[in-house]
Design a protein around this ligand. Structure first.
Ligand code: DGJ
Length: 332
């Protein structure tokens, strides 16, 4: 590793810094954006548009207007250094859901035909007469003509008339977009979107298991699905299964990490495939939730060991990603 000696401004002291530090992802630590602030993109999702990555997620800073719900957007060329772009959603209760309404896990799809960016989000809250809870079980849809523009809320609904709590997004290698949603009475559903992406069109598969934080990746001819058990904000052993086609049949679900670690304290939100000139890395993107201090919730991103029907989340350690080659290296 190349070492540099740099002088701290205004002091004669020298600090040892490594060139590689600039490209290091530190799972579980504060992740500072270009403003020096902790990235607020919890329960998030990432899309790549014209070579730039955009990370959308729940904005949970402390100083927000408590009657609104916020989604923030960040951009990056290398998935390590993130620039804050915009609070793309700063939404007051859009449909009279009541003060305890919930917006979680925003995911943005780019529709190349319409040119629009379409955001799906988990919309929830108590039913009339209730004081709290996740009982509306809907998805919301918002649109923008710019990836980091102000998204316009359109509507909410129950996809294919099913309950929908945690959502995940999956875009296959041929560009087909899928919504993954947790339908509590039945399980984990995978569905296609309509041509304009504004509706959930057709169910592809129902995996009859109760899984949240659903994520899918297509890697070397196999689909890998992961999800977590239903334990609220508390971490649990996340599991994976594989299938040759999204319709299934899916293999038995197995732990992605030693079960006693509870996924190293995290919960899945997405798997991101980075294909470079030399290698392909699949990143596990997880949230380390801090329910009492949500603004301080952290991210656990690690390159997965994946292939031949096996998937394993390595023990979290600092690691580097070279976006050009597609290579990840875990630092000892
Ligand atoms: C687990 C979900 O995965 C989170 O997104 C959030 O909805 C919590 N439950 C709420 O308890």
């Amino acid at each position: 590793m190349l070492l540099l000696w740099s002088a701290a401004p205004g002091s004669a002291q020298t600090n040892r810094v490594t060139v590689a530090d600039r490209n290091v992802i530190h799972p579980g630590e504060i992740w500072k954006d270009n403003r020096g602030e902790h990235v607020q993109a919890h329960g998030g999702g990432i899309i790549r548009v014209r070579g730039t990555y955009y990370w959308f997620g729940e904005e949970r800073s402390q100083d927000l207007d408590r009657s609104r719900r916020y989604v923030s957007c960040y951009s990056s060329q290398d998935l390590v250094r993130w620039t804050f772009r915009n609070q793309v959603i700063k939404l007051a209760d859009p449909e009279g859901f009541g003060p305890r309404w919930i917006l979680e896990r925003p995911k943005v799809f780019h529709n190349a035909k319409t040119g629009r960016f379409v955001m799906y989000m988990h919309i929830d809250g108590p039913l009339p007469g209730q004081t709290g809870g996740y009982n509306l079980a809907r998805v919301g849809v918002a649109v923008s003509s710019k990836v980091d523009g102000d998204y316009r809320y359109l509507k909410s609904f129950r996809p294919l008339d099913h309950e929908s709590r945690d959502i995940g997004q999956f875009i296959d290698d041929d560009g087909t977009p899928y919504l993954i949603f947790e339908d509590r009475p039945f399980g984990f559903r995978i569905a296609t979107l309509s041509g304009d992406y504004l509706n959930v069109e057709k169910e592809v598969c129902l995996i009859p298991l109760h899984l949240e934080g659903g994520a899918i990746v297509h890697y070397n001819g196999l689909y890998y699905a992961i999800g977590s058990a239903l334990t609220g904000w508390r971490p649990n052993p996340n599991k994976y299964a594989t299938a040759k086609s999204l319709e299934g049949p899916w293999s038995e679900f197995q732990d992605i990490a030693p079960p006693e670690t509870n996924t190293y304290g995290s919960q899945s939100t997405m798997m991101l495939k980075v294909t470079g000139k030399k290698a392909t890395t699949v990143i596990f993107m997880g949230d380390i939730w801090k329910p009492q201090t949500q603004w301080d919730s952290r991210y656990l991103w690690m390159p997965l060991e994946i292939g031949d029907g096996k998937l394993r989340l390595p023990e979290p350690k600092p690691w580097t990603l070279d976006i050009k080659s597609g290579r990840a290296a875990i630092l000892k």
